[in-house]
Design a protein around this ligand. Structure first.
Ligand code: KIV
Ligand code: ZN
Length: 382
C-alpha cells in the first residue's frame, strides 16, 4: 500500500442535510441559518444547506443560507436526478448542486425500479441539464460501496462525460473497512483524474472516521462530515475527528479553524438536542480528562505524556478528576492552585478521605476536596 501524502483536503459539511435527516432532529429555518453561520466561521469549504424538494422550510433555508453566506463559503443543495428537482433547486438561487442516483442492484431493483441502462440515461440527462444551467455539479452514485464495480465505474464515467465537476463516493450503509476503502479510492481516482474525488462515510460499524482517513491516504481530496457525527442511523463521519486526524496523523492541510471545534460542537448539540457523548474524541467532556495518579502527574509535568494534542487547540478543556485512582501530586497541585498548602501528612489524610468516598461510589468534586482539605488543616497540625 502506498500512502498518498495529501495537500489541502476540502471539508464538505453535511450537518444541515444528512445530519438533519436523522430521526428526532428537525431544525427551523432560523436554527439552520444559525448553524450555517457557525460553519462558515469554522471555515468549512462547503455547506450542504439542505434538500430543497423535501419541504418548504428546506427550500427556504437553502435559499437564505445561500443568500447570506455564498460569498464566504460554497453552498450546495441535494437533489435527485430528476428535472423537476433540479429546477426547484435552481430556483433557490444556488450555484452548486449535489446530484445523486443509486447504483447498487438492491437500490435499483427495490427502490428505483430502474434498469442499469435507465440509470445511466438518467445520470447523463440530469448532469447535462444541471451543467447547461450553469451549476457546479457534484455527483454521488448512492450506495457506491455495494454497487457492482464495473457498473459503478460506468456510472461515474457517464457523470464525468456529462460534465460533473466532482465525484463523491457514498458508503451509504457504512459497510467499508479502511483497506477496502483505500483500494476503492485508488481505483476510482484513475477514472476521475484531475477532478475532485470525495467520500461520504456512514458509521454503522464505527468505521466512518477510519474509512475517511484511509480514503484521503489513497488520494481523495474532499470529505463529507457532520458536526458531532450526527446523521442517518449510527451517523456520518464526525467533522471534529476527521479534521484533527487529517491535521495530526496525515499532516494534511485543512482550512477549518480547529480552535472553534468545541464551541461549534456544543452549539450543534444544543440546537439539535442531541448531547455530545462523554467519551467522544476531541469534543467530549472526557477527551482531555485524567484521574489516575500516574497520568495526572505526567500531564502536569508535560501534557504530551498523556495527550496527543492540546485541549486549547480544539477549544476544549483539560479536566482533572478526583477518585480512587488519584495520586498525591495531582491533589497537591490542585489544592495549591486554590491557595492551600498542605504538609505531606495532611495531604495523605485528604487523599485517604477522597479515596474512601470514591470507594463508596461517591464522586468527589474539587470544591468538596477543598472542604475536606480545610477541615484536615484544622484537625491535623502541619
Ligand atoms: O449516504 C448517502 O448515500 C447519501 C447520499 C445522498 C450522498 O447521503
Ligand atoms: Zn449519507
Amino acid at each position: 500500500m502506498v500512502v498518498f501524502y495529501p495537500g489541502r483536503v476540502r471539508i464538505f459539511d453535511t450537518t444541515l442535510r444528512d445530519g438533519e435527516q436523522a430521526p428526532g432532529i428537525d431544525l427551523s429555518v432560523e436554527q439552520k441559518l444559525m448553524v450555517a453561520r457557525r460553519l462558515a466561521d469554522l471555515r468549512v469549504d462547503v455547506i450542504e444547506a439542505g434538500f430543497p424538494v423535501a419541504s418548504r422550510a428546506e427550500y427556504e433555508a437553502t435559499k437564505l443560507i445561500n443568500q447570506e453566506l455564498s460569498d464566504r463559503v460554497e453552498v450546495i443543495a441535494l437533489s435527485r436526478c430528476a428535472k423537476k428537482d433540479i429546477e426547484d433547486t435552481l430556483s433557490t438561487g444556488i450555484s452548486s448542486i449535489h446530484l445523486f442516483l443509486a447504483t447498487s442492484d438492491i437500490h435499483l431493483q427495490y427502490k428505483l425500479r430502474m434498469s442499469r441502462e435507465q440509470a445511466i440515461e438518467r445520470i447523463l440527462e440530469s448532469v447535462s441539464y444541471a451543467k447547461e444551467n450553469g451549476l457546479t455539479v457534484e455527483f454521488s452514485p448512492e450506495d457506491a460501496t455495494r454497487s457492482d464495480r464495473a457498473f459503478l465505474s460506468e456510472a461515474i464515467t457517464a457523470a464525468l462525460s456529462a460534465g460533473a465537476d466532482r465525484i463523491n463516493i457514498p458508503d451509504t450503509v457504512g459497510v467499508m473497512e479502511p483497506f477496502g476503502m483505500y483500494n476503492l479510492v485508488v481505483e476510482i481516482k484513475r477514472l476521475v483524474g484531475n477532478k475532485i474525488l470525495s467520500v461520504h462515510c456512514h458509521n454503522d460499524f464505527g468505521m466512518a472516521t477510519a474509512n475517511t482517513v484511509a480514503a484521503v491516504s489513497a488520494g481523495a481530496e474532499q470529505v463529507h462530515v457532520t458536526v458531532n457525527g450526527i446523521g442517518e442511523r449510527a451517523g456520518n463521519t464526525s467533522l471534529e475527528e476527521v479534521v484533527m486526524a487529517l491535521k495530526k496523523l496525515l499532516k494534511a492541510e485543512v482550512g477549518v479553524v480547529a480552535s472553534r471545534l468545541y464551541e461549534t460542537s456544543r452549539f450543534v448539540a444544543e440546537v439539535t438536542g442531541v448531547p455530545v457523548p462523554y467519551f467522544k474524541p476531541i469534543v467530549g467532556d472526557n477527551a482531555f480528562g485524567h484521574e489516575a495518579g500516574i497520568h495526572v502527574h505526567g500531564v502536569l509535568q508535560n501534557p504530551q505524556t498523556y495527550e496527543p494534542m492540546q485541549p486549547e487547540e480544539v477549544g476544549n478543556f483539560r479536566r482533572i478528576a478526583l477518585g480512587k485512582h488519584s495520586g498525591s501530586y495531582g491533589l497537591k497541585v490542585m489544592l495549591n492552585e486554590r491557595g492551600l498548602t498542605l504538609s505531606d501528612e495532611q495531604l495523605k489524610k485528604v487523599l485517604d478521605e477522597i479515596k474512601a468516598e470514591a470507594e463508596r461510589g461517591c464522586h468527589v468534586s474539587v470544591d468538596q476536596a477543598v472542604e475536606i482539605a480545610r477541615r484536615v488543616c484544622l484537625s491535623v497540625k502541619a
